[in-house]
Design a protein around this ligand. Structure first.
Ligand code: SF4
Length: 624
């Protein structure tokens, strides 16, 4: 091959053709690719770029026929010349030839070989919500497929990945502190060892990209929640000594084709992600900015994953999503009708009503039919997406847990308006009444924020009264922490002093505990079906598990009859279903004694039997 001006022109045009592809992958990528270009020495002394094809034609004395054929020859030279990949070190250029002799190349910018993990060990640390637990499984599944190994021993890790949360300032501060510790550890590494790489995944990578890359150079790799597929490439680039990042948000990414590697320590429960992102734009929330727009995973891939988990003996699946009951699968034409999305009565959205799609109730119906012995839960829902059909399904289907999280955030309509939640106190309380009417014995949990912008003492009292009126079993309560980028940050004033926020929070927690203790005390004397989690953290003599309503139950570790009313006894292990008689209750947990082994199907019959007995005893017993 003679390397002259003409060839340079050919190559230049070839590069030009790839420019849109480069720009669309963002300048971040350009930065990471830079050191991978190597121009061979013999190509360097190109001094003059003369467009010989255009400028010299007039002087060549060629015939008009030759003149016409020259552009064709030129095009053919361009198509058979070197491609962009020829300029990247380590890329093996494979060309495929079609029957007509046309040649095409399908390489990525880095060869697959370069993206291999070569048995390097990855250590994950997961912070924040259950979505992050599931994201960790997805990220690990991707890296495992590339030959990485996982370690639980930080000291032997070659790659440390922190899956982060941005929801509150405190959560981010924890990560900054952890980064300082890890960097100190990285510096102490012996020169003989493989250099440690530190990566930030998830919401914080999305929110603080520049800061994370620049502040003290603590981070080698950044991957936003929609960029986990790119992790092998980012780690390869980081190996070259550069920082690598991809924080592009996607309108489509659901990781539908990636089977997460579930690592629940006991192996009997698993999370299944069904949708990502949020369109609600509540004024205090950073999620729409870190996780992007709402998109749902196709129903077929969810069902496939749940079937696989059932085959593995998993006893409890939690469907996950930022807005899990906004699920709307539009992946198939037959799902797409002109029907408007049904909301809970009295609720509205900040966005235009959506149309068509396979909804959450359909999904829940299909998932719960897969294995009647598998409990189905879901989190985290929005109260606006509870049309009656969802509630009736929960009431009817024995393996869908009668537990609903109804995040209220405040008991004051004024504050709810400022929060842009799309409902009033009255609409929320109507929903609660409806839920309790359709699903008797339902367990309710909620989220509350104390001290939101403009919250008055009267607003706070309304929140306390709402907590009393509903009677939740479980609550997640926080003092408000303003996040940049949110609507509140731009439009509202964080005007409640820190000590007032704290005092109001403590008052909310106090009322919550009183009410939870009262609600839980009503379960004393009942027999609950408990899925055993393992030994209690407080005592090796006790076991701990959860009821259908997601209440923690502690009971002594002892052999119990293999089935209800059988004399053979057997030990109780993690993952077993047992019937537990509840003997006492506090605001946080229940205590009882195991009666017998059981199953979800078996218990439904047994409970029906028990209900007759209970009615004779003024209904002192309840069943899940
Ligand atoms: S519903 Fe509101 S609070 Fe929940 S993730 Fe979406 S924006 Fe945030």
């Amino acid at each position: 091959l003679r390397w002259n001006e003409e060839m340079f022109l050919l190559v230049f045009r070839r590069l030009w053709r790839h420019l849109p592809r480069l720009t669309s992958t963002s300048m971040e990528h350009m930065r990471t690719l830079k050191p991978l270009f190597t121009i061979p020495q013999r190509w360097k002394p190109v001094r003059c770029i003369r467009a010989r094809y255009c400028s010299n034609l007039a002087n060549t004395g060629v015939t008009s026929k030759e003149r016409r054929t020259t552009p064709d020859k030129f095009k053919s030279k361009v198509s058979s010349g070197p491609s962009f990949e020829d300029f990247i070190r380590g890329v093996s250029v494979k060309k495929t030839y079609a029957a007509d002799g046309d040649c095409s190349d399908h390489q990525s910018y880095l060869s697959e070989d370069l993206e291999l993990g070569n048995s390097r060990k990855v250590y994950f640390e997961t912070y924040g919500c259950q979505m992050n637990v599931n994201d960790t499984d997805i990220a690990w599944s991707i890296l495992q497929g590339k030959g990485y190994l996982r370690t639980v021993d930080l000291s032997e890790a070659d790659v440390v990945l922190l899956v982060t949360c941005s929801i509150r300032e405190k959560a981010e501060q924890t990560i900054w502190n952890r980064l300082q510790q890890l960097t100190a550890m990285k510096k102490r590494r012996l020169k003989t060892q493989t250099p440690m790489k530190i990566g930030i995944l998830g919401c914080m990578a999305e929110r603080l990209k520049t800061e994370l890359l620049e502040r003290e150079k603590l981070v080698d790799v950044l991957a936003g929640p929609d960029a986990y597929r790119d992790l092998p490439r980012l780690l390869t680039v980081a190996d070259g000594g550069l920082q690598a990042s991809n924080v592009l948000l996607s309108l489509e990414e659901t990781y539908a084709d990636i089977m997460p590697v579930h690592r629940a320590p006991q192996g009997y429960s698993a999370f299944v992600s069904i949708m990502r992102g949020c369109d609600n734009m509540c004024s205090y929330c950073i999620v729409p900015f870190t996780r992007g727009r709402e998109r749902s995973r196709p129903v077929s891939s969810i069902l496939e994953e749940v079937r696989m988990l059932s085959d593995q003996g998993v006893k409890e699946v939690t469907l996950l999503g930022q807005n899990v009951n906004s699920y709307r699968d539009t992946s198939e034409e037959q799902f797409c009708s002109s029907d408007l999305t049904q909301l809970s009565r009295g609720f509205e959205t900040v966005y235009r009503p959506k149309q068509g799609g396979l909804r959450f109730s359909d999904l829940l119906d299909r998932v719960s039919r897969i294995d009647p012995d598998m409990r189905i839960r879901f989190t985290s829902p929005h109260p606006k997406d509870f049309p009656d059909e969802v509630l009736h399904l929960i009431a009817e289907r024995g393996n869908i847990c009668r537990q609903i999280h109804l995040p209220a955030q405040s008991g004051s309509s004024e504050v709810l308006k400022a929060m842009r939640r799309g409902y009033t106190r009255e609409a929320y309380l109507d929903l609660v009444m409806n839920v309790k009417r359709i699903i008797p014995g339902v367990s309710l949990s909620s989220d509350f924020i104390s001290g939101f912008c403009g919250e008055t003492e009267d607003d706070h009292l309304q929140t306390l009264s709402l907590i009393r009126e509903v009677g939740y079993n479980v609550g997640f309560l926080f003092a408000y922490s303003m996040r940049k980028k949110t609507h509140a940050f731009h439009r509202l004033q964080d005007d409640v002093p820190a000590e007032v926020k704290q005092r109001r929070l403590e008052e909310c927690i106090g009322v919550f505990r009183e009410e939870a203790a009262r609600v839980n005390a009503a379960l004393i004397g009942s027999t609950q079906l408990v899925l055993v989690e393992g030994e209690s953290k407080r005592s090796a003599q006790d076991l701990c598990g959860r009821t259908d309503g997601n209440m923690k139950v502690i009971f002594p570790k002892e052999d119990v009859s293999a089935q209800h009313a059988e004399s053979n006894s057997a030990p109780v292990n993690a993952g077993d279903y047992v019937l537990v008689k509840i003997l006492s209750a506090s605001s946080q947990s229940l205590r009882g004694r195991a009666v017998s082994h059981s199953s979800l199907r078996g218990t439904m019959k047994h409970c029906q039997l028990d209900e007759h007995v209970a009615s004779d005893r003024n209904r002192t017993e309840t069943c899940p």
